[in-house]
Design a protein around this ligand. Structure first.
Ligand SMILES: Cc1ncc(COP(=O)(O)O)c(C=O)c1O
Length: 503
């Protein structure tokens, strides 16, 4: 019996889901819902976070997931359902655009940036190779060239590429360092005497990268910090000399601009001089603080960054574009092909070597990679780089303002002088001075938990030198001085309530 394959009709659901009118209708609903959501969140009319226990949220999501397909819906019914799914998504998320979201290092992204980003989603332009996403790739090259310029490098001799996030960016840069410093390592692996020197407060992704690169935890040496928690150049000098004397070879020194816990910037000029003296690769994790390069007021914090061999700079932090968009930048353009020493002939055509220059998949862990650069490129093109300066200056100034209010209050403990928009502190009223660590830690935890569940503010909790502390990062330019004062009042009120109910 022969099975002839006849041209078939496009199945009904497929035809509907690709229908141009359906898209037109639903995108109007989408536009209306999103615009109203952003307006009300930015005006502070909603809760910052509508807290839902994770198991309940998962149950809701699962129920909705399986709610389709039982009975075929009419187009009209599907339109209603689309709107209700959308409303559920919007009502259940973290409201980063609320002026009282002052939590993680994730910004209230510039709303228009999301529109540029959506073009990548809708037209699906993954850019492992130029041909797969020509404009996405062109944009990425253009923007990373400009970021290199901001670091102080000539784009003709430096190079940059985007990855999905700062963690992957740090891994990518350190893999490049590994292959440059240990040229046989791709083939033979790392020798036993390889070590990575990391800032003691470096983000956990640095030690995680070390593990992925084949270093044991004993092969990661922590650089000592000074009294401000910055990498101490004198100590670094001694450390590098001691490692050499012990016949250990340094893969890289990882400095921070700025370090995650309290947002402090390393003295990069001095650190770079030490690395140069010891002929060691300097990697600077500027995931958060790189954006200060956009500010005439704050770029001095990064003086010396142009001496680094590699730099990581997350645009999805302080350049206020949606996640993810993280740049890996190399001072020496020659290092751009050192990250991977592999062939993938179906992608990177050896008979067309000129294109490898533009195929970013030769330099990133990802093969299929989202068009990460559209939002940053679009915002930069639309508003000019001054918008980034204004965002940095405003949020850093609010960090300073909050610090001033803390120092002027006798019931808060100030744990450092902020250099950017990160401030760490504790609520310790006079009556609790001298109390045990457990009592003070427990109080901070309880205050934060109640604050977040009440939904009026969102801040985070951290641990500094073994003590629980409260932490804010001003990631929303719509946050005002009044919001920060109100936060202190709220923390105080919750703290007092807890203390008076204690036996
Ligand atoms: C200094 C620093 N490096 C790296 C990262 C990790 O970046 P991502 O969350 O984009 O992976 C962070 C995240 O907060 C960070 O603060």
């Amino acid at each position: 019996m022969s099975h002839e394959t006849a041209p078939s009709e496009i199945p009904a659901l497929v035809a509907s889901s690709y229908g141009a009118t359906v898209f037109d209708d639903l995108s109007k609903v989408w536009q209306k819902c999103l615009a109203e959501h952003l307006r009300s969140v930015m005006a502070g009319e909603t809760a910052v976070l509508n807290w839902q226990e994770p198991v309940d949220a998962i149950a809701d999501a699962e129920a909705l997931l399986h709610s389709g397909g039982v009975n075929p819906l009419s187009e009209q019914q599907r339109g209603h359902k689309f709107e209700s799914l959308l409303q559920k998504m919007l009502a259940s998320g973290q409201n980063l655009h609320h002026p009282r979201y002052i939590g993680h290092q994730v910004p209230a992204s510039i709303p228009v940036a999301g529109l540029f980003d959506a073009v990548g989603s809708l037209t699906n332009q993954p850019s492992a190779i130029y041909e797969m996403g020509p404009w996405a790739t062109a944009v990425e090259h253009a923007v990373t060239r400009s970021l290199c310029r901001k670091v102080g490098w000539d784009p003709a001799t430096s190079f940059g590429v985007f990855t999905h996030g700062g963690s992957l960016a740090n891994l990518t840069a350190l893999l490049t360092a590994r292959n440059v410093v240990f040229p046989d390592s791709w083939e033979h692996g790392l020798p036993q005497n390889a070590v990575l020197v990391a800032h003691s407060d470096s983000h956990y992704c640095i030690t995680r990268s070390a593990g992925i690169l084949g270093l044991g935890t004993r092969q990661v040496v922590k650089a000592k910090l000074d009294h401000r928690r910055r990498m101490d150049p004198n100590e670094l000098n001694q450390l590098l000399a001691a490692q050499k004397a012990a016949d250990r070879k340094i893969l890289a020194v990882c400095a921070c601009a700025c370090a995650t816990p309290i947002g402090v910037f390393d003295p990069l000029q001095e650190v770079a001089a030490v690395c140069r003296d010891h002929d060691v690769w300097l990697h600077v994790d500027a995931a958060h603080g790189g954006a200060a390069l956009m500010s005439r007021t704050h770029r001095h914090l990064l003086a010396g960054i142009d001496s680094a061999d590699s730099v990581v700079w997350d645009a999805h932090k302080m350049l206020f574009v949606p996640a993810t968009c993280a740049a890996v930048l190399y001072r020496d353009r020659a290092h751009r092909f050192q990250t991977f020493q592999q062939d993938a002939p179906y992608l990177f055509d050896p008979s067309n070597p000129g294109m490898a220059e533009f195929d970013n998949g030769t330099r990133t862990v990802e093969c299929t990679k989202r068009s990460t650069g559209f939002a940053l490129w679009g915002i930069w093109a639309l508003y000019g780089e001054e918008i980034f300066e204004q965002l940095v200056d405003r949020t850093f100034a609010l960090g300073q303002y909050f610090h001033q209010r803390l120092t002027g209050s006798d019931d808060f403990e100030v744990l450092h002088t902020p250099e950017c928009n990160i401030v760490v502190f504790r609520y310790v009223p006079m009556s609790l001075r001298g109390e045990s660590v457990d009592v003070l830690d427990g109080l901070q935890q309880e205050i934060r938990s109640r604050l977040v569940k009440a939904g009026d503010f969102y801040i985070v909790q951290t641990n500094l030198d073994g003590h629980v502390a409260l932490r804010i990062t001003v990631m929303n330019p719509l946050t005002t001085e009044q919001d920060l004062v109100a936060l202190l009042d709220e923390l105080r009120a919750i703290g007092q309530d807890i203390l008076c109910k204690q036996p």
